[in-house]
Design a protein around this ligand. Structure first.
Ligand code: AMP
Ligand code: MG
Length: 346
């Protein structure tokens, strides 16, 4: 299959309606199209068409038990997908939609079970990206869309990375430039007694607590699932975001980091302004600035591969704000390898 890459914007900066029309026509015909969103690029198909949804799993090589997020363009699109809209969902939608927040709600019978990998719930998000919103509106159906990477590789933040993974597998990629957030949406479950963050992302836990009060963070956000444990968010159990390089996160000060890597034949994944200290380094944002780290992390992981890095030592992000989402991705990319330089006996 020939994969066309088409600019989603006109030279004057407006969304190119002809490109949106082309994507919407393919989606209505049951095809899979890659679209830009504010988090990362998505691999979209008509969420209400089971055969179209099956093509997403095939194109990504995604395990069948890893559910998809359904993307909508207006509040009126939510009702048909779910059997209830709890008060908490209404408040979160008011505060963060459109935006990088996904809510887990009870699934209605209209949503094919395959979308949710057989779960009784469905994940729903309203993206703020103008191209994503225009494509959903034009297609006239909700779009199931996971990240547009091959299963297991870092999520793509630009059309070139989508092409690298998806060429020959899908007919069209809409190029909307670089994704602003750079990591996937925050996933919050609203089906239990207390709202629970299953995956940190573009909306922070602090922001959710400001709206809802009590919010739990699932164990799988920071820790490796124990063998045999059931994942609340099935995606958490898979090896994710993994470059070919062998990454170890070093927790501690920059001085401790430098002392540890000194003399080792390794590439360093560090913050801006620190790279001059090392013979081989890739940077991912500014120290103590989770948003800038998120915007760079997946690109940095792909750059490590492009450089042929084998052994990588990474600076550890803070766990507050967007830093939690960055750490969640990085610790998985590192296969949970972390050395605590502050408490070396541990
Ligand atoms: P992706 O779209 O590739 O960023 O992955 C979607 C993420 O949302 C995965 O981590 C899924 O496990 C999670 N997810 C989607 N639907 C559900 C659901 N119904 N319940 C729990 N997690 C979900
Ligand atoms: Mg993904």
């Amino acid at each position: 299959m020939e994969t066309q890459v088409r600019n989603a914007y006109r030279p004057d900066g407006a969304v190119d309606e002809a490109a949106v029309d082309a994507a919407a026509a393919l989606l209505r015909a049951g095809e899979v199209v890659a679209i830009p969103t504010e988090t990362v690029y998505g691999l979209a198909a008509n969420a209400l068409n089971e055969a179209a949804v099956a093509k997403i799993f095939a194109a990504k090589g995604r395990p069948q038990d890893n559910p998809l997020i359904v993307h909508i363009a207006a509040m009126a699109d939510l009702q048909p997908l779910v059997t209830a809209v709890p008060e908490a969902a209404k408040r979160l939608a008011k505060a963060f939609w459109p935006g990088p927040l996904t809510m887990i709600l009870p699934r209605s019978a209209r949503v094919p079970a395959a979308v949710s990998a057989g779960l009784s719930t469905v994940a729903v998000r309203m993206p703020v990206h103008p191209v994503a919103a225009a494509v959903i509106r034009k297609a006239g159906v909700p779009l199931a869309a996971p990240s547009a990477n091959l299963s297991g590789s870092p999520s793509p933040t630009n059309a070139a990375y989508v092409f690298a993974d998806m060429h020959g597998r899908i007919p069209l990629i809409l190029d909307g430039g670089s994704a602003a957030v750079g990591v996937e949406s925050t996933v919050v479950s609203l089906v239990g007694a207390v709202p629970r963050v299953l995956r940190p992302g573009g909306v922070t836990v602090e922001q959710l607590r400001a709206v809802l009060g009590e919010v739990e963070v699932d164990d799988a956000v920071l820790h490796k699932l124990k063998d045999g444990a059931v994942a609340a968010s099935p995606g958490m159990k898979y090896k994710h975001y993994a470059p070919r390089a062998d990454i170890t996160i070093l927790k501690g000060t920059f001085e401790q980091f430098c002392a540890y890597v000194d003399g080792k034949d390794a590439t360093v994944l560090c913050f801006q302004g620190e790279d001059a200290h090392f013979p081989r380094a890739v940077t991912y944002g500014k120290a103590h600035d989770g948003a800038s780290q998120a915007a760079r992390l997946f690109d940095a992981l792909r750059e490590l591969d492009e450089q042929g890095a084998k052994t990588v030592y990474a600076r550890c992000p803070d766990l507050s704000g967007m830093g939690l989402a960055v750490y969640n991705r990085l610790i998985r990319a590192a296969g949970f390898h972390l050395v605590d330089l502050e408490n070396p006996e541990k």
